[in-house]
Design a protein around this ligand. Structure first.
Ligand code: PLP
Length: 354
């Protein structure tokens, strides 16, 4: 029996994708070799690469002006690579949580950073809005979903400079106007697949503007020209992403999953708001449907809450140390039934301990 997996990442994947992977590991498409045992330049793997990219293009409606790259190094690799490539004078960053803080730190190693807005004053429990964007910066960096603090951007800033976004924890969870961004990136292990592959959606024109002399591997143009095959890509993680995207397409794509995600979020936050035993830590209007941090009114019950949840098959809800309490991550592949199980458990637990 599989558990109700509320882990923040690497997170739950669709059962269908896992089963297909199991088969492909031993004998991929009947070729008598496993998917991780074949050349990244074989026609079998070329088909996987093409399909993963074309599903990404189709599901996220990525326009032809943009390239889709499948790289390594995680979102953290992008924290470094973006300023390496694009920070010439200074870059603008919104500081909305622990991940933006890391992105800012990395950018500072490459040049000057202007922090245009921050929610550090309230331990990042909200998404800054209505700030000015300096036109003389090379780009504006934002984080669509702050995984640790549980806040999500509901509207994109109207940026006069190239817009760069870390979408690691909510990519493919809702429709996005991908054409409005110059660069979108995401580590796969939250909503898309296993760790080891990083999706980068980059506007060709933006990449053409790279002026800096860089080691070849760290220049986006190397991977654009090499079609993400400059060196050996993470073949197996890419295959799992492909299976996950096939599942997503099968259930109706990002429009359909957005509805399911908002149903899960309503169920969960409905309980948090109705029950004085629990408090959500994020500002209501910025709440993320993906990651929901919450506290017990009586923190002395924390250990017991966690332990009892385990007994009900509920895993991965321990909160991040910087926020404390608990966090329910409800990524695409988490079934509605799992959220129902959590909410039922929360209600029961609160009644027993009221
Ligand atoms: C998980 C996460 C990261 C870090 O991803 P890695 O692939 O481990 O480097 C960065 N940004 C956000 C928003 C995340 O959720």
């Amino acid at each position: 029996m599989r558990k109700h997996n509320f882990g923040a990442g690497p997170g739950v994947l669709p059962e269908e994708a896992i089963r297909k992977t199991q088969e492909a590991l031993y004998d991929f498409n009947g070729i008598g070799m496993g998917a991780m045992e074949i050349s990244h330049r074989s026609k079998e793997f070329a088909a996987v690469m093409d399909r993963t990219r074309s599903l990404t293009r189709e599901l996220l409606k990525v326009p032809d002006t943009h390239e889709i790259l499948l790289l390594q190094g995680g979102a953290s690799g992008q924290f470094a690579m973006i300023p390496m490539n694009f920070l010439n004078g200074k870059a603008a960053y919104v500081e909305a949580g622990a991940w933006s803080v890391k992105a800012i730190k990395e950018a500072k190693t490459a040049g000057e950073v202007v922090v245009v807005a921050s929610s550090a004053d309230k331990n990042f429990n909200y998404q800054p809005k209505g700030y000015d964007i300096p036109a003389d910066c090379d780009y504006l960096h934002i984080t669509s979903n702050e995984t640790i603090h549980g806040t999500q951007l509901k509207a994109w800033p109207d940026s006069p400079i190239p817009l760069v976004c870390d979408m690691s924890s909510d990519i493919f969870s809702r429709p996005v106007d991908t054409g409005a961004f110059d660069l979108i990136y995401a580590g796969a292990q939250k909503n898309l697949g296993p760790s080891g592959v990083t999706v980068v959606i980059i506007k060709k024109e933006f990449a053409q503007g790279i002026k800096k002399k860089l080691p070849k591997y760290f220049n986006y143009n190397t991977h654009i020209e090499g079609e993400s095959l400059y060196n050996t890509p993470p073949t197996l993680p890419i295959l799992v992403c492909m299976f996950t995207l096939e599942w997503l397409k099968g259930i109706g794509g990002v429009e359909a999953i957005e509805k399911i995600n908002s149903e899960k979020a309503s169920l969960f936050y409905g309980q948090v708001d109705a029950n004085p035993f629990f408090t959500g830590t994020a500002n209501k209007e910025d709440r993320s449907p993906m990651n929901a941090p919450f506290l017990l009114a009586d923190p002395k019950r924390d250990a017991e809450f966690l332990q009892t949840a385990r007994g009900k098959g509920i895993e991965g809800i321990k909160g991040h140390r910087s926020v404390g309490g608990f966090r329910a991550s409800m990524y695409n592949a988490l079934p509605v039934e799992s959220v129902k199980a959590l909410v039922t458990f929360m209600e029961e637990f609160s009644k027993v301990h009221a």
